[in-house]
Design a protein around this ligand. Structure first.
Ligand code: HEM
Length: 331
């Protein structure tokens, strides 16, 4: 045996390694519900069509929900859990409170699915498909969604506070939060392109418009100056108006396109964190990616799709369930 040159010890170690490794691999597949709930994609799409038709902002709400779900314990629907006596949810964490919305859209889809195929489709999968459909419905790219996530039986208020990036954090802190999730700088810049839709509250852009907005934008451009003074009227210097909102992409607020990056090139980004990707002294790689996506919307769409799949594949390794109601774990 020895003469055959096979290291049996190595084979043994390899087999053990592969067994352990494959046990940790997410079991996500494109045809996960083909036999058990073939209508799943149609049902989600129809409900998302109604939601986005009634208000295009709903697309943004759902995309952000998915992001905030995946960065805390993986994409496991933990963001959807309500507080109970025994469970502290993530909805009241600092980045989410008064800010995260769209839960009722997911409830509506879940109700339809529970009627059609009870106990089959997880809330985490619903959110992932809904986010993809949301992007398409406002003009963004299509991508196939791997499925088969389970819903968590826990949530983490503390991880929601620590893992999610905020608009006033330095670029390097935000990059490290993406790296921690297994996402690259390229993923970060491309996924931030989701800010091409949706709104931000004054609380999150006050520091920017009374801070370095003037120094990054063109002081000689009257349009830029009008924009800045509009923002200041929406968001007064101190106190009051914290929840007043404005679009992050003031050019095409309801369209998923690359104008968000073009705004950053002009130094007119609404959030400190967004503008930093282009204007920070440390922005080397991020700056060239922003420039690339500003000039090439196909490159942006391709990378966004790829990065959304990657983010959606952050799984929770704990044993989960398929919740009957996305807001509560099954009794
Ligand atoms: C890179 C780090 C990020 C930071 C610091 C950040 C921060 C923010 C902030 C402060 C808001 C406004 C919330 C409010 O004022 O209530 C916001 C909105 C939004 N974010 Fe992000 N975000 C980041 C990345 C992402 C990613 C990766 C996605 C999705 C892939 C995303 C999707 C959205 C969407 C769609 C909205 C608009 C939601 C609405 O209309 O209510 N963001 N983000």
């Amino acid at each position: 045996m020895k003469n055959m040159g096979i290291c049996w010890k190595c084979v043994f170690v390899f087999v053990i390694f592969m067994t352990v490794f494959s046990a940790c691999e997410p079991e996500l597949t494109l045809d996960y519900y083909v036999k058990t709930c073939p209508a799943v994609l149609d049902i989600v799409r129809k409900e998302m069509e109604c939601a986005v038709l009634s208000d295009p902002r709903n697309a943004a709400l759902v995309v952000r929900l998915h992001f905030h779900d995946c960065f805390v314990q993986g994409c496991d629907g933990s963001i959807l859990l309500d507080d109970t006596y025994t469970l502290r949810g993530e909805k009241k964490a600092s980045t989410n409170i008064h800010s995260l919305k769209g839960f009722s859209i997911i409830d509506r889809i879940k109700n339809k699915l529970e009627y059609e195929c009870p106990g089959i489709v997880s809330c985490a999968d619903i959110l992932t498909i809904a986010a993809r459909d949301a992007v398409i419905l406002v003009g963004g790219p299509y991508w196939d969604v791997p499925l088969g996530r389970k819903d968590s039986t826990t949530a983490s208020y503390d991880l929601a506070n620590s893992n999610l990036p905020t608009s006033d954090q330095p670029l390097l802190t935000i990059i490290s939060k993406f790296l921690y999730q297994g996402l690259s700088v390229t993923d970060m810049v491309a996924l931030s392109g989701a800010h091409t839709i949706g709104m931000a509250r004054c609380e999150n852009f006050r520091a920017r418009i009374y801070g370095d907005f003037e120094s990054t934008s063109d002081k000689l451009n009257p349009n830029s100056q009008t924009y800045a003074s509009n923002l200041r009227s929406i968001c007064p210097t101190a106190g009051g108006g914290d929840n007043n909102i404005t679009a992050m992409d003031y050019v095409t607020p309801n369209l998923f396109d690359n104008s968000f990056y073009q705004i950053l090139l002009r130094g007119e980004g609404l959030l400190n964190s967004d503008q930093a990707m282009y204007s920070s002294l440390l922005a080397m790689e991020t700056k060239s990616l922003v420039t690339k996506y500003a000039h090439d919307s196909i490159a942006f769409f391709q990378q966004f799709s790829e990065s959304m799949v990657k983010m959606g594949n952050i799984t929770n390794q704990d044993t989960g369930q398929v919740r009957r109601n996305c807001r509560f774990i099954n009794a």
